[in-house]
Design a binder for this molecule. Structure first.
Ligand code: AGP
Length: 612
């Protein structure tokens, strides 16, 4: 969470920084700020709220245009309210050092006590300001700025990325990374540093990924990277980014979220591309990345939020097709409960961003226990992708909307391929079922269904947007989808929603049902359909309103008086999940749109959760 950017070059820094921050706002938007060198001194400007509030302020401060070195920040509040005084950059006591920071300094209270005793005063409630003062202290007793910067970072515990600008060396940016993403963009007579590639992609495609315990000194025409511990110089590889800004722009859509939902047929196609081969008898899955994988005795899937839901969805399929016992865990729970893991257990870390702190920690824990780890990621070169033994990329392209949509679709596609791949090792009949063929046909089928689904969901959304609560019910593979449907609705419309296994309703939750408490029931055409149908009856018997998501080849009894029967195309039972997922995403989108919510940047959230 929080986006940081730094520029050192020959162009006016302020516009480059604000442009960079606009591409990082998905990481947080509680406040924004920049610091530049102006007439040899630091000039800091900040504003509470979104970047637009800062931009409005900067419009009146045109003198800032002269500075060609600067740092910027967009905040997701951790310590301290989202107010201007807590906005970054934060200054040292003498005002000569400004820092921007992403992450949490866990021992900040202890450091603050020490610094208060030395006469430091603090303006904000943040851990970041403490770090700025600590850096000042350490530099004052060090042989060089770089040395002092490193000493201070060594004393800061936690997960963070930090960039510093000091008026004592206005020609250098100092950056350090500890478990939060930070990359350098290498240009011609200008260099960048940021939390993510889109911040500088308009200027350069050449990128260096900083690793943990590394610091960088960035000049406009040179950069050096050192180990944090011994300050020994390090050789780093420069990576070339191949995707472009087009895929990170709205392309005429009102919101990234709707653009990304409608991209899903293409996303599925891209995820399948190159991963299916034709043999003389049939088509089958090939995952070259897994060629050297030893067949695991068990599989553990870890992830957070939507990625966790995708993992739960994949569990059903992997167990069924491969016979490998599979458990799915929320990464933040897994990492702290000393889980029992056998060394031949395979761990699959699912993460769109590849930077989620809890998932990264779960991956590291699994590695310490000797397990092989596969990262199932979207962001190329992300921390999870780099630290996993093997990485499977989902190929969804940049997902900008905070509410994840196409990422889950791509994760489900890749988990389907993984289930088939693991299945074909042991079970020759895995292809007797036409699942793979159905998956190949899915992009076109989904694409053809989307216009009608859009229209229906918009109508439905209008009707239900006044609700204060919602249940989402599903069974089997539809249960994780119900969890995801509820998450989507609550995160962007702020309507309270819960996903439940439909069979659990009668054990308590049904007590809440009345005519004001609607239920979204996933009644796909699978073997559990009759059971879900009974659960729907139970809700109706309590005067609950029901939207039933069904398929046109199933036998929902015509006398079932549901309020809305949303009929999706008939297809393979597993593939129907992709239709159900899309339907719920569209419904949430249209409810939030109808209610006028800030769809791409919902309150209190951030795209990439790099803190615990
Ligand atoms: C869902 O809409 C959210 N964006 C969130 O739950 C997200 O899936 C979670 O934070 C995990 O992110 P990751 O996939 O990048 O690890």
């Amino acid at each position: 969470m929080c986006g940081i950017v730094g520029y050192n070059g020959y162009k006016p820094a302020v516009s480059i920084l604000t442009e960079g921050l606009s591409h990082l706002e998905y990481r947080g938007y509680d406040s924004a700020g920049v610091a530049l060198i102006h007439e040899g001194k630091l000039a800091v400007h900040k504003a509470a709220g979104k970047l637009s509030a800062l931009e409005a302020k900067l419009d009146t401060a045109l003198h800032l245009q002269t500075g060609t070195t600067g740092i910027g920040h967009t905040r997701w509040a951790t310590h301290g309210l989202p107010e201007e005084r807590n906005a970054h950059p934060h200054l040292s006591q003498d005002g000569k050092i400004a820092i921007v920071h992403n992450g949490i300094i866990e021992n900040f209270q202890e450091l603050k006590t020490e610094l208060l005793a030395k006469g430091h005063h603090f303006i904000s409630d943040t851990d970041t300001e403490v770090l700025a003062h600590l850096i000042e202290e350490e530099i004052s007793s060090s042989s060089s700025i770089c040395d002092g910067f490193a000493k201070a970072l060594r004393r800061a515990h936690g997960a963070y990325a930090v960039v510093m600008l000091t008026s004592d060396r206005p020609d250098v940016l100092y950056a350090g990374r500890m478990s939060a993403p930070l990359l350098l963009g290498i240009g011609q007579n200008e260099n960048f540093v940021a939390s993510d590639v889109p911040a500088f992609l308009a200027h350069t495609r050449d990128v260096i990924f900083l690793e943990d315990y590394e610091i960088a000194c960035i000049e406009k025409d040179a950069w050096k990277i050192f180990s944090l511990d011994g300050l020994s110089p390090l050789e780093k590889k420069v990576h070339h980014i191949t995707w472009d800004m087009q895929s990170a722009s709205k392309d005429g859509f009102p919101h990234f979220m709707i653009k990304e939902i409608l991209e899903q047929p293409r996303v599925i196609k891209d995820c399948l591309a190159g991963r299916i081969i034709a043999t003389p008898d049939r088509r089958q899955v090939t995952l070259n990345e897994l060629n050297r994988l030893a067949f695991p005795s068990r599989l553990r899937i870890v992830g957070c939020g939507t990625s966790y839901h995708a993992g739960l969805w994949g569990q059903h399929l992997i167990e069924k097709l491969s016979g490998i016992p599979t458990a799915v865990e929320i990464a933040s729970e897994f990492r702290y409960r000393d889980p029992l893991l056998c060394p031949d257990e395979l761990v699959l870390a699912v993460s769109q961003s590849g930077e989620t702190a809890d998932t990264l920690a779960a991956l590291r824990l699994a590695k310490t226990k000797g397990c092989q780890v596969i990262g199932l990621c979207n962001v190329v070169g992300s921390s999870i992708a780099r630290e996993a033994d093997i990485v499977l990329y989902t190929q969804a392209g940049p997902e900008i909307s905070v509410a994840s949509t196409k990422a889950m679709c791509s994760q489900m596609t890749l988990l389907s391929l993984l289930a088939l791949f693991l299945g074909q090792e042991k079970n020759p009949s895995v292809y007797d079922d036409p699942f793979l063929e159905a998956l190949i046909a899915l992009p076109d089928q989904l694409s053809a269904a989307l216009p009608e689904m859009q229209e229906y969901s918009a109508r439905l959304a209008k009707r239900y947007s006044a609700a204060h609560n919602f249940y989402y019910l599903g069974r089997g593979q539809c249960y994780p989808l119900a969890l995801e449907g509820a998450l989507k609705l609550k995160e962007i419309s702020y309507i309270h929603a819960e996903g439940y296994p439909a069979g659990e309703m009668k054990h308590g939750p049904i007590a809440l049902i009345d005519h004001n408490f609607p239920t979204f029931a996933l009644a796909m055409n699978d073997i559990l359909f009759p059971k879900v149908e009974s659960n729907i009856q139970e809700v109706l018997a309590r005067q609950g309103q029901v939207i039933a998501l069904v398929q046109n080849n199933n036998s929902m009894r015509p006398d079932l008086p549901v309020d809305d029967l949303w009929v999706l195309p008939s297809c393979h039972p597993v593939v129907s999940s992709f239709f159900a997922l899309t339907a719920m995403q569209l419904f949430s989108y249209h409810v939030a749109d109808y209610l006028g919510k800030d769809i791409d940047q919902p309150r209190n959230l951030a795209k990439s959760v790099t803190v615990e």
